[in-house]
Design a binder for this molecule. Structure first.
Ligand SMILES: Cc1ncc(COP(=O)(O)O)c(C=O)c1O
Length: 409
């Protein structure tokens, strides 16, 4: 039942080891190709539609500046912000996250971002050869984590309505023993899809019936353009691990996220994480805590972020429709940072378009990066990240894309 050639996805480049003999479990690891073609040096004319990072103008830079100054104006709080902290995170931050997620503080672990949370969950649960269902297309770094633990990857299609839960059930009925179902339920990276509440509830039922664990990696939940939220996986279920992050709201460089896990499992995750980093940055945690604790501060920030990203999505989508109608098929996103588009059958190949675009100072990501099994199913797709460029750069980017496509014909 498991499709052949599960791991790793293309393209792979050999791991550089040099003269030092590293452990085989390390030298055997694949190395992900970069999301974009490298550019020679820094050129300000380059427009990068490649990074899933929030718009710089969406970040609360002034608030951070003030908080940092206050933190270090006092020797006590300054030194405390540079001290060791508890492995599971600052209790006040765990408490804030717990309040927002509607869970008890004891089921919250502060992590170094969502990727760390996924790595801890996979590390705690997977034995060699276990079957992990991954989104198809998938956030590629997750494939590397599954590979690290010797898991067998079972790709399941993700569409505008998220992962195909019926397909997962078909696999279970056919006798496949699944250990983890990993999915990005809100504003999926790269495809933008959202899993309806009914399907989330059904997946939890299946998890409880068949004994697998849902690892819900959800960095984009708060990036909803209209402010609406789909009812999420029930946190009360012992079969649900939720992974969240401040990367998409407060900035990736803070390296702060969280895991919500059943209490019995949380201790194991904490035990695992302390072997590599003790705890997440005390400084990052202390920097955001006074802001999060101001009533309404985070919700107001989300409203601001939403309007910034929604405006960029509209400008970008309008420009794509005006310039490339007929060449590209896509659904306008309702949140998140991406447009996932298929090149029409008569249009050039995505890899040629990526190269021609780079020659015109436009960086794009080819869909092939997002195949969990290294297959060619997304070879005609492109992922455009519209959040980071300025509003005025977005139509320019689309003009360069048009020129790139024309040059490939
Ligand atoms: C689906 C998904 N998971 C995890 C991450 C990593 O997030 P973090 O920076 O919080 O580790 C990203 C970032 O792009 C993502 O898109």
């Amino acid at each position: 039942m498991i499709p052949p050639g599960s791991i790793p996805p293309a393209p792979i480049v050999p791991a550089p080891i040099g003269d030092v003999a590293v452990a085989r479990r390390v030298s055997a690891l694949s190395v992900a190709a970069p999301y974009a073609l490298p550019t020679r040096g820094f050129r300000s004319s380059v427009i990068r539609l490649v990074s899933g990072a929030p718009a710089p103008e969406a970040l609360p830079l002034d608030d951070f500046g003030r908080t940092a100054a206050e933190l270090f104006a006092d020797a006590g709080t300054g030194a405390a912000a540079l001290a060791y902290g508890p492995h599971a995170g600052q209790p006040a931050l765990r408490d804030w996250i717990a309040g927002r997620e509607g869970v008890d503080l004891s089921s919250v672990l502060v992590t170094n971002g969502a990727l760390h949370g996924v790595a801890l969950a996979f590390g705690a649960l997977l034995e060699q050869g276990d079957v992990v269902v991954l989104d198809d297309p998938v956030f590629p770094d997750t494939v590397r984590i599954a590979e690290q633990y010797g898991a067998r990857v079972l790709p399941v299609r993700v569409g505008p309505e998220g992962i195909d839960v019926q397909r997962i059930e078909d696999h279970l009925l056919a006798g496949v023993r699944i250990r983890i179902v990993y999915t990005v339920a809100d504003f999926h990276n790269p495809s933008g899809g959202v899993l309806p509440a009914k399907e989330r509830a059904r997946l939890v039922e299946l998890a409880e019936q068949y004994g697998f664990v849902i690892v819900s990696d959800n960095p984009y939940r708060d990036t909803t353009f209209d402010g609406s939220y789909v009812e999420d996986f029930a946190t009360g279920s012992p079969r649900v691990i939720k992974v969240g992050t401040f990367t998409k709201t407060l900035g990736a460089g803070l390296r702060l996220g969280w895991v919500i896990a059943p209490v019995g499992l949380l201790g194991h995750l904490e035990n695992l994480r302390r072997r590599t980093d003790f705890h997440s940055s005390t400084l990052s945690q202390e920097l955001i805590l006074p802001l999060l604790n101001q009533p309404g501060w985070f919700d107001n920030l989300l409203v601001h972020n939403r309007s910034v990203h929604r405006a960029k999505a509209e400008v970008f989508v309008d420009a794509l429709r005006a310039e490339l109608i007929g060449d590209l098929q896509f659904t306008a996103p309702a949140g998140g940072f991406f447009v996932w588009a298929r090149l029409a059958d008569h249009a050039p190949a995505a890899s040629d378009v990526v190269t021609a675009a780079a020659e015109r100072d436009l960086l794009l990501t080819s869909g092939r990066h997002f195949a969990p099994d290294g297959g060619s199913q997304w070879d005609r797709h492109l992922r455009f990240a519209f959040s980071a460029p300025t509003l005025s750069e977005l139509p320019v980017a689309v003009g360069r894309l048009r020129a790139a496509l024309d040059a490939c014909r």
